[in-house]
Ligand binder design. Structure first.
Ligand SMILES: [Zn+2]
Length: 119
């Protein structure tokens, strides 16, 4: 599988319903490329074409990634599941490619994470 370029890492990797201490809840895993599609399209207001260009994939692939991400969000919201963001076939953008959406802020964060011993 061709790796998808992402320009941002999530600030939190886990989301879920509150006030359910001790209850077992199902976990839905969203990949980092799915997270990136939600960020670009739903938050930044990008078209699927622009999202595809930023991620370095075909428009149909971007659409499939986005659709999968939306279903996972809905499952968590409607069924009360925990959402975890991890994995996926991606490369972290270094800001060198044309058409990418990042503003290099992830580079600063990467340096901070290395200093803090985080991933
Ligand atoms: Zn970028």
């Amino acid at each position: 599988m061709k790796r998808r370029r992402i320009c941002s890492l999530p600030k939190n990797r886990s989301f879920g319903p509150t006030g359910l201490l001790g209850k077992e809840i199902a976990i839905i895993t969203m990949t980092l490329d799915e997270y990136e599609a939600i960020r670009l399209i739903d938050l930044d207001g990008m078209s699927q074409e622009a999202c595809a260009e930023s991620m370095g994939v075909a428009r149909t692939t971007a659409q499939a990634i986005y659709n999968s991400a939306r279903v996972k969000l809905a499952e968590c919201l409607i069924n009360g599941h925990e959402l975890r963001i991890e994995g996926g076939e991606y490369i972290l953008c270094q800001g060198e490619k044309l058409g990418c959406s990042c503003n290099h802020c992830h580079k600063k964060r990467s340096i901070l994470q290395i200093k803090n011993g985080d991933d």
